[in-house]
Design a protein around this ligand. Structure first.
Ligand code: ADP
Length: 435
């Protein structure tokens, strides 16, 4: 164990060094010359140690110091200890920074650190994707030069001027206008700010959908309610109740009430399916028996229109799933085919085992749907021809119900249609649900 240098140690070292020369000089004479020679030798030795130290510090990259002797040994070892401590601290710091960066990388949001003057210090990978920044190339670049949207530039300028970053900024992405981004900035370290950017496109879409949904429901209910109110006001005149108008009024009111009833029922079905957790797909659903009942109901719905209904069903093909949801999905598809197909036209329903799994197809020879509508058909309240759909008592919720019910069974609605030729609405359940 090397101790640190002390006056006592230095004094002993000097004494040991000069003692032999003093003795020799005392015995044989020439003491001053001997002392001078000894001092020069000591000076040269010290200079040699200094060179060794300097070489080690500047040239040699190794951590272990050269072996120092005498009074230089504690100095070499002291520097070695200092270096070791610094290396350990540097390693700890590097680990800390790595941990912070890993943490920031695994955040679901984009993160940018920048200085008060706007110079970018660091950003995570998501920021590079979402904001188009590049690291390390953009290090030191002014953030407003890279995100040039005027709202963003004035947001940064205002916040800088007032030193107030409390408000968040919502704006369309400067890279992709279909995306909406939310920027939040907060003081981070001295003179540095942390900006968190979230993609809130979906949130905004949901907000829009919710707003539209309420507007649509209100609109759908308002029409029958207005009709009912009109007739009710007419009944204030007692003659009306016995007059020739009454049977017609009664009929229309009943019809409007059933329209409202069916709308509310469909809304409840939809909200029940939407709110339901994914069903445990262990219940056996007898789809052939379900189709048997549906065939009779569809025939009744067709009434005087006398559609030609063909049900081609694999009677042995049952599946696992949720009975109510599958019935809702299949009945909506079959009823739609009846509602949107002219009288006496053919409608074919097929239930069979395809290569990918149990498949249902409802093929009609109806009016068909123009291609621009196909992607939107499963949106709530979406109807190709609003006026006609209302005539047939449609609410525009049927296919939204189908979509949700199928997604609970890991299946998707597949729509093919050609105007004037007909439409095919189909889905394939995963093979694992077949039983
Ligand atoms: P609706 O209650 O109006 O039938 P849906 O959500 O079931 O609502 O259907 C949405 C729209 O899709 C309908 O208004 C109709 O325009 C169109 N559609 C659905 N099925 C068919 C079909 N078999 N043939 C033609 N158009 C259809």
């Amino acid at each position: 164990m090397v101790e640190r240098l002390s006056w006592k140690k230095l004094a002993w070292e000097l004494a040991f060094f000069y003692l032999p020369w003093l003795v020799v000089g005392g015995l044989f004479g020439g003491l001053p010359w001997l002392l001078l020679g000894a001092t020069v030798a000591m000076l040269l030795w010290h200079l040699h140690q200094q060179i060794k130290l300097s070489d080690w510090l500047w040239k040699d990259k190794s951590l272990t110091p050269p072996s120092g002797t005498g009074s230089w040994e504690p100095l070499f070892n002291g520097i070695y200890r200092l270096q070791k401590r610094n290396r350990r601290r540097r390693k700890e710091l590097a680990n800390l920074i790595r941990r912070f960066r890993n943490g920031a990388e695994s955040l679901p949001d984009a993160v940018v650190v920048f200085e008060r003057d706007g110079a970018i210090v660091w950003c995570n990978k998501l920021a590079q994707e979402l904001l188009g920044l590049r690291m390390p190339d953009d290090n030191g670049q002014h953030i407003s030069n890279l995100i040039r949207a005027p709202e963003f530039v004035s947001y940064i300028a205002n916040a800088n001027a007032n030193a107030n970053y409390d408000t968040a900024l919502e704006m369309r992405s400067h890279l992709n206008s279909a995306r909406t981004l939310e920027f939040r900035t907060m003081p981070y370290a001295e003179g540095e700010y942390l900006m968190v950017v979230r993609d809130i496109t979906q949130l905004k879409q949901l907000e829009g959908m919710r707003r539209n949904f309420f507007a649509n429901v209100s609109h759908e209910l308002r029409t029958p309610m207005t009709v009912l109110r009109g007739y009710l006001e007419m009944t204030e005149d007692p003659d009306m109740l016995v007059g020739p108008m009454w049977p017609k009024a009664h009929g229309v009111m009943t019809e409007q009430l059933s329209r409202m009833e069916s709308l509310v029922e469909q809304l409840l079905t939809l909200s029940k399916i939407e709110a339901a957790a994914k069903p445990d797909l262990d219940h056996h659903v007898d789809v052939p028996a379900m189709l048997d009942v549906l065939q009779k109901e569809a025939q009744a719905l067709s009434g005087n229109s006398e559609h030609v209904l063909t049900f081609d069903v694999d009677t042995a093909l049952k599946v696992r799933g949720n009975d109510d949801q599958l019935r809702s999905a299949i009945s909506n598809l079959v009823y739609n085919a009846v509602k949107h197909t002219p009288a006496q036209a053919e409608i074919q329903v097929r239930w069979y085992r395809s290569k990918k799994g149990p498949r249902l197809e409802v093929i009609d020879s109806g009016e068909g749907i123009p291609p621009q509508h196909l992607d939107r058909l499963t949106e709530r309240f979406y109807r190709v021809d609003k006026a006609r759909s209302r005539e047939t008592g449609g609410s525009g919720l049927g296919l939204a119900i189908v979509k949700h019910a199928l997604s609970h069974h890991d299946a998707e609605l597949d729509i093919k249609s050609e105007v004037g030729i007909g439409s095919t609405f189909a889905f394939t359940l995963p093979e694992r649900l077949a039983c």
